[in-house]
Ligand binder design. Structure first.
Ligand SMILES: [Zn+2]
Length: 322
């Protein structure tokens, strides 16, 4: 097997500043590709337009450069690829894998009686599932999205970090949105995250997707899209997130862990990388190290199975008070 064929990717979303949690996942993704002589693609995932903050795409590139993580291709900007995403929707429509859904978020919330996972929202109750593609022509001025029709069985997969993984339909959220409705006739309709990611990863020949394990429920959906579009899926590697002392994922409540803030007060990237490398089991103690020096030390197997708890004490150990 040719190891040089590995293509990994860094895919920051410019919806806010990159923080220490993002940095750890990027570092793992970058090292996993570089360790095997692989290439790295940088893609800016800016399709979530209402939440995208001006200038944060540039900021994300700066943060990655500061960390010493480079790339061979990109930045590829997702919103510049809308015609390609649109063509994928056309293919799904031709194959009757999607249907138009007129439910509002509130409709779905009301119809779904069961409690739901924090990030996935309620399971779609199938209100519009009897429609076929052509039914869209009868909807007139009504706003609608396109949903992917889930099979009864969600696909299992072998995660590069977690091993064999299978989530049931409920955990995955049922029929999911691949194309969002236009907002009050002003904003144009746009692809949903799941479709854009699959189309872009395939177009950029990505062979390995390393990302936070909050995205595990996305993977069965994305595998179905690969299958429906006749594309070859990459290997998925989901790594534990960084959490605060309260066990919740790193956020503002845990203080300011933005990379730009560390930079401003003079924390060296090598110092942060030392902390992250130690947290992944690549260094026996926290000591400064450059990203390139970590390439030969990288092992996926040494990364703990549990989230990395970032405490104020650990931050102080690298000379930073959040
Ligand atoms: Zn509906």
């Amino acid at each position: 097997m040719s190891e040089a064929a590995v293509i990994g990717r860094l895919a920051p979303s410019p919806t806010g500043a990159q923080h220490i949690g993002n940095a750890r996942t990027y570092l793992i993704a970058w090292l996993s590709a570089r360790r095997r002589g692989g290439r790295v693609v940088l893609r800016i995932e800016d399709i979530d337009s209402p939440r995208v903050k001006a200038g944060s795409d540039r900021q994300a590139c700066e943060d990655l450069r500061w960390l010493g993580l480079d790339w061979d291709e990109g930045p590829i900007v997702q919103t510049e690829r809308l015609p390609i995403h649109r063509a994928a929707l056309d293919r799904l429509q031709e194959r009757e894998r999607v249907y138009p859904c007129t439910c509002s978020r509130a409709d779905v919330e009301r119809a779904a009686s069961a409690p739901h996972a924090e990030h996935e929202g309620p399971v779609y109750p199938g209100t519009c599932a009897r429609r076929d593609v052509r039914a869209a022509e009868t909807l007139g001025e009504q706003s609608y999205c396109w949903r992917f029709r889930m099979p009864r069985q969600t696909p299992a997969f072998v995660d590069g970090f977690r091993g064999p993984t299978h989530l049931d339909l409920r955990a995955v959220g049922g029929d999911f949105v691949v194309w969002k409705a236009s907002r009050s006739g002003i904003a144009p309709s746009t692809p949903a995250y799941q479709l854009a990611v699959v189309v872009d990863d395939a177009a950029q020949s990505v062979t390995e997707v390393v990302r936070g394990d909050d995205l595990v429920p996305s993977t069965p959906r994305q595998l179905l899209l690969y299958e429906a579009l006749g594309l070859t899926p990459p290997t998925f590697v989901h790594v534990p997130l960084v959490v605060g002392p309260d066990g919740r994922r790193l956020a503002k409540r845990h203080g300011d862990t933005r990379l730009s803030s560390l930079r401003v007060v003079g924390v060296r990237p090598e110092t942060l990388l030392g902390l992250l490398a130690w947290s992944c089991g690549w260094l026996p103690s926290i000591e400064p190290i450059a990203a390139r020096q970590l390439v030969p030390l990288f092992r996926l197997e040494t990364i703990p199975r549990t989230p990395f708890v970032l405490t104020p004490e650990l931050l102080r150990s690298i000379g930073y008070a959040a």
